[in-house]
Design a protein around this ligand. Structure first.
Ligand SMILES: *[C@@H]1O[C@H](CO)[C@@H](O)[C@H](O)[C@H]1NC(C)=O
Ligand SMILES: *[C@@H]1O[C@H](CO)[C@@H](O)[C@H](O)[C@H]1NC(C)=O
Ligand SMILES: *[C@@H]1O[C@H](CO)[C@@H](O)[C@H](O)[C@H]1NC(C)=O
Ligand SMILES: *[C@@H]1O[C@H](CO)[C@@H](O)[C@H](O)[C@H]1NC(C)=O
Ligand SMILES: *[C@@H]1O[C@H](CO)[C@@H](O)[C@H](O)[C@H]1NC(C)=O
Ligand SMILES: *[C@@H]1O[C@H](CO)[C@@H](O)[C@H](O)[C@H]1NC(C)=O
Ligand SMILES: *[C@@H]1O[C@H](CO)[C@@H](O)[C@H](O)[C@H]1NC(C)=O
Ligand SMILES: *[C@@H]1O[C@H](CO)[C@@H](O)[C@H](O)[C@H]1NC(C)=O
Ligand SMILES: *[C@@H]1O[C@H](CO)[C@@H](O)[C@H](O)[C@H]1NC(C)=O
Ligand SMILES: *[C@@H]1O[C@H](CO)[C@@H](O)[C@H](O)[C@H]1NC(C)=O
Ligand SMILES: *[C@@H]1O[C@H](CO)[C@@H](O)[C@H](O)[C@H]1NC(C)=O
Ligand SMILES: CC(=O)N[C@H]1CO[C@H](CO)[C@@H](O)[C@@H]1O
Length: 633
């Protein structure tokens, strides 16, 4: 049993009352709206030590083991009343004693906080390109702390820059009610491989070219020739005679890009992300790519807030209107983040539903946070088939928007580009483009506050294009199948709410030299079902008790076929949570809850299983079984 001290004043709620004087008791005391809450910490027993919070979703076995070659602190900041302030920033240069190339680079974020505070969204950027999207735990009086370690090797092109700007945004509010200040350290750990150190003793980057600074404030690139040669094994390629080479297959994003162009907000006063407020609110960024780009991937970062924080549980507007509800959390339960180039659809994402630590029942997320809450996923869209449209030395634009989105989404992207080290320019053409409109079917039935709302959506896309580079004339086929299902049920006159959502995506990327000659094929499959059942029982004095069961799973499978060798990896990450809370306004007065998590990963080298269970803020067990030789935690 978790006992907490309610605060009589709750600023936001008062504001809400001020502007919505007719808020119905029915609405504030029901399961109708999936919401966020604040956990006020007990004032007694606060002498206990600060507690570590964990996100056991990314095991360190996937990260390098042992001490890094160098560790570089890059940013330290106390995020107090930072609402409306620009991001905290510092100057970054790679460590002099650990020059590139690096086998791995790991971003290490440490956060500590004590007091009362909501969960907050945050991000770290380097020269405007996002490296990490993260959210915070809700603290307690005695304090909480956590650490996020993320492999950022893929951003090596940025990390090689000197005098770059590292920035972190974390919009926090500190006043009499919200007292928690987030203390943050960001550092980078560089791991050098012995072999690589031997091969490139000087580590001196060879500047291949600078792309002219454009009037609209474009890119300056520095490319390291040695790095590219190592990766692609151009050794058999005669620089002057590229087309005779027996093509070695480019790795599917295994090696870092040579150039990363941020698709982010140049006006960074509110952070480098774009703030998307409705479905017509798409944001653009102009860019120019080098003429020798042979592979391109757009990496999209997203998070959803305010009226769309729980977009997958929002009822349609007709239900809200018909029942005279005052909520803005509507527009149905389907969203799609759409990327376009020069106005043409090139890819989309139905995001994985990350639940922040104040969401649904905050007691679920102490001290085990929801899947991805400390390290939100980013999504890759392969743009290689579109290089034919971009390789003209002209300005193009990427736009990012949210179908059916309402206030507000934080979205940006990084354009990863791989450059040919032997040619000043390559040629390319988009050969096949099939991107039908997404099909969405909606079946809504309701009578007053009871109802069922079903949405099914799907889309199949196919893009194909060739790029003639010193690797040969390679055709890239991208096929993607997207499926989305959502069912929201309201029963007991709105006091019971069931949310069933499932996202499913399968992406195939094939690289071939001819119609049948496949050099490599990568297949990525992902499924993410989420089930939430909430029963609310109205209580005295504008309180209610809410009981919730939740199951949240991420399935991922990756298969790579290359040189007739197949490699696979698979992940199942599942959380089951159940519990109750007594709520007044948005404050949790008391409650009890438990969360169990099972993280299973396997690949061709072994398997890894981690089981964690927690109850009422206490970690009960944390057991790991691993067949890997090194599995330090
Ligand atoms: C940040 O680093 C400083 C200096 O090493 C240390 O004193 C402080 O405790 C760190 N804070 C966090 C949140 O890790
Ligand atoms: C670093 O960047 C700042 C501003 O971007 C500039 O004023 C300064 O001259 C640069 N320093 C070096 C050593 O390039
Ligand atoms: C969408 O949001 C933008 C940016 O806030 C605003 O200018 C525009 O009027 C909004 N459109 C609609 C239809 O609400
Ligand atoms: C909503 O408000 C209208 C106008 O005040 C009223 O006629 C209607 O009965 C109300 N509907 C419900 C479900 O309360
Ligand atoms: C983006 O490109 C399209 C097609 O070239 C053009 O119509 C549109 O005006 C561009 N948008 C911006 C904001 O540059
Ligand atoms: C890239 O190619 C275009 C024509 O295709 C040309 O106008 C431009 O000058 C080239 N850019 C560079 C940097 O060579
Ligand atoms: C590359 O291959 C495609 C067919 O696979 C062909 O249509 C195209 O003309 C080739 N490009 C060059 C420059 O040879
Ligand atoms: C709503 O459904 C519940 C059962 O879930 C039923 O008891 C109640 O009568 C229904 N309300 C209305 C207005 O139909
Ligand atoms: C949660 O699950 C338990 C056990 O299956 C069940 O008894 C309870 O009714 C469920 N609660 C809700 C709100 O669905
Ligand atoms: C509700 O408020 C009244 C008056 O403030 C108080 O007497 C009563 O104990 C409260 N009930 C609960 C359940 O807190
Ligand atoms: C599981 O972990 C708990 C504490 O974390 C420990 O007490 C227990 O012995 C472990 N069980 C196994 C089977 O390893
Ligand atoms: C599905 C749905 O209700 N979509 C609506 C979302 O909101 C915009 C306006 O903000 C409408 O135009 C859409 O029809």
């Amino acid at each position: 049993m978790f006992n907490v001290n309610p605060y009589p004043l709750f600023q936001l709620f008062l504001l809400f009352l001020l502007f919505h004087p007719n808020v119905s008791a029915r609405e504030s005391a029901s399961a109708l709206l999936t919401d966020r809450f604040i956990l006020h910490s007990p004032s007694s027993g606060s002498s206990s030590a600060p507690q570590e919070y964990i996100d056991p979703t990314r095991p360190s076995l996937l990260l390098p083991d042992g001490p890094p070659s160098c560790s570089l602190p890059v940013l330290r900041h106390d995020f107090a009343n930072t609402y409306g302030s620009p991001p905290a920033s510092a100057t970054y240069s790679p460590p002099a004693d650990c020059p590139a190339p690096w086998a791995h680079v790991v971003l290490d974020l440490s956060v500590a906080c004590a007091g009362d505070q909501y969960d907050r969204i945050a991000a770290v950027w380097l020269d405007g390109a996002e490296l990490l999207r993260t959210s915070t735990a809700e603290p307690t009086e005695s304090g909480v702390f956590w650490r996020v370690r993320k492999d950022v090797t893929r951003y090596s092109a940025l990390l090689r820059r000197s005098n770059a700007s590292v920035a972190m945004m974390l919009e926090n509010i500190v006043n009499d009610v919200y007292t928690g200040v987030y203390h943050v350290n960001v550092s980078l750990d560089f791991y050098q491989e012995e072999e690589k150190r031997r091969r490139r003793p000087s580590g001196e980057p060879l500047a291949l070219g600078f792309f002219p600074q454009d009037s609209s404030g474009l890119i300056t690139a520095e490319v390291e020739l040695g790095r590219i040669e190592e990766r692609l094994d151009f050794s058999s390629v005669e620089a002057g005679n590229p087309l005779t080479s027996k093509a070695k297959v480019p790795s599917l994003y295994e090696e870092p890009a040579d150039l990363i162009i941020p698709i982010s907000n140049e006006d960074s006063a509110g952070g480098f992300w774009f703030r998307i407020q409705n479905e017509s609110d798409a944001h653009f960024k102009n860019f120019k790519i080098p003429n020798n780009t042979y592979m391109a991937v757009l990496e999209i970062y997203v998070s959803y807030h305010s009226n769309d924080e729980f977009w997958y549980s929002n009822p349609p507007d007709e239900y809200i209107k018909k029942n005279n509800l005052t909520t803005g959390r509507g527009n149905g339960s389907f969203r799609e983040v759409v990327a376009k180039i020069d106005g043409q659809f090139v890819g989309s994402v139905v995001p994985f539903p990350v639940i922040f630590t104040g969401g649904i029942n905050p007691l679920f997320w102490a001290p085990v946070v929801s899947l991805g809450a400390f390290d939100l996923p980013s999504y890759n869209v392969d743009l290689t088939p579109f290089l034919g449209l971009l390789l003209d030395g002209q300005l193009h634009n990427v736009s990012l928007g949210v179908t059916d989105g309402i206030d507000f989404w934080l979205v940006d992207a990084n354009l990863h580009l791989w450059l040919d080290p032997h040619l000043d320019s390559v040629t390319a053409e988009l050969v096949s483009y099939k991107a039908p409109e997404i099909s969405v079917s909606r079946r809504y039935m309701f009578h007053l506050l009871n109802g069922t709302f079903k949405i099914e959506a799907g889309r199949k896309i196919h893009f194909s294009g060739w790029v003639n580079s010193s690797l040969g004339n390679l055709t890239t086929d991208v096929d993607q199948k997207l499926k989305y299902k959502s069912l929201i049920e309201f029963m007991n006159d709105g006091n019971y709410k069931g949310v069933h959502m499932k996202g499913k995506v399968k992406t195939d990327v094939r690289i071939r030299t001819g119609p049948k000659a496949i050099l490599s094929q990568g297949t990525y499959k992902s499924k993410y079902p989420l089930l939430i059942a909430t029963l609310a029982l109205p209580g005295e004095n504008n309180t209610y008790t809410s009981k919730t069961n939740l199951t949240h799973t991420l399935y991922e499978e990756y298969t790579l076929l290359r040189d007739k060798v197949v490699t696979t990896s698979a992940l199942v990450d599942r959380q089951d949570a159940e519990g109750w809370m007594l709520v007044q306004d948005h404050s949790v007065l008391s409650g009890s809850a438990g969360t169990r998590q099972t993280y299973q990963y396997r690949d061709d080298n072994g398997s890894y299983l981690r089981k964690v269970s927690a109850r009422d803020g206490v970690l009960l067990s944390d057991n790991t079984t691993s067949s890997y030789l090194v599995a330090s935690l």
